[in-house]
Design a protein around this ligand. Structure first.
Ligand code: ATP
Length: 278
């Protein structure tokens, strides 16, 4: 039951002016989840999540620690398959195709639905090789010139080209944390994904690197659909079109980011965004 509308000054979050003009996504559903449950051994961590994610939107997942945000994000490209104790039930589709269909090529799926992790994780290889690996693996290039073009365009899209163009042979691990995270975003972009999943991509970064990544997210949504887990409500307010609030393994509320932060429909959402718990 809603205990009434919170007044703006009780909220922890300041909405950017652009939030007023943030158009709600319309059109095609890119990914959809129906009654998705995740079990770790006998313990049920997600209790039947239903969600539609629209093409070219940024949707943020927020909620207290342990509520299941990352677990749900990992359902969207079957990363939970890599956790031995995890079992997923329900249905997840990408462009109406069931991504848990046993005949589906998971490597291909993870190219279509790329992922950027909390801690930047470049391969222990050169900057060039970090980007070139995926397109080679997926047979996206026929020759060296095409490969060089993909490497350059991916680094440009990730806003890193000018900083690294003279040292493409240097190790990716030698870059700053923020640069490494943009390298990981470029690596995801290089295999032409449709969706990019980001699991707290800025939590290991300083405020300047965080701003750069947030600006990048804004640019990338023109071409990709983005789902981002964040602990930082201010960040959700800055980057997302819609926000999903999770609590104890349930999706409590999902609506336009401005709505969630100014007019939450559920008291649990209100309590969280006003800082009463979490
Ligand atoms: N590999 C795992 N094995 C067993 N239990 C897990 C595993 N990963 C997550 N869990 C449990 O599943 C529940 C949801 O965890 P999850 O990491 O998805 O939450 P979260 O909202 O992303 O949390 P945080 O904000 O702290 O990252 C928690 O109870 C957690 O302990």
């Amino acid at each position: 039951m809603n205990m009434g509308q919170p007044s703006m000054n009780t909220l922890k979050v300041t909405l950017p002016e652009s939030a007023d003009s943030q158009a709600l996504p319309q059109g095609n559903i890119k990914m959809s989840a129906r009654d998705v449950k995740v079990f770790y051994g006998a313990s049920e961590a997600l209790h039947g999540i239903n969600m539609d994610i629209y093409e070219n939107e940024v949707v943020a997942f927020i909620g207290p620690s342990g509520c299941g945000k990352s677990t749900f994000l990992r359902c969207l490209n079957r990363m939970n398959d890599t956790i031995d104790s995890a079992r997923v039930t329900g249905k997840v589709t990408l462009d109406d195709q069931d991504i848990y269909d046993p005949s589906l090529d998971v490597v291909q799926l993870r190219a279509q639905v790329g992922m950027v992790f909390q801690k930047p994780n470049p391969f222990p290889k050169s900057i060039f090789e970090n980007i070139a690996y995926g397109p080679r693996l997926h047979g996206l290039v026929d020759n060296k010139t095409d490969l060089e073009e993909i490497v350059e365009s991916s680094l440009r899209r990730a806003g890193l080209w000018n900083e690294v163009k003279d040292r493409l042979d240097a190790p990716g691990t030698g870059l700053s944390g923020g640069q490494q995270q943009r390298l990981c975003i470029a690596r995801a972009i290089a295999v032409s994904p449709e969706v990019i999943l980001m699991d707290e991509p800025c939590s290991a970064l300083d405020p300047i690197a965080t701003t750069i990544i947030e600006e990048l997210i804004d640019e990338l949504k023109g071409s990709y659909t983005i789902a981002i887990v964040t602990h930082n409500m201010q960040q959700a307010a800055r980057v997302s079109d819609r926000t999903a609030f999770f609590h104890l393994g349930n999706l409590v509320e999902l609506s336009a980011t401005r709505e969630i932060f100014t007019n939450p429909q559920d008291t649990r959402t209100e309590d969280y965004i006003t800082g009463r718990f979490g």
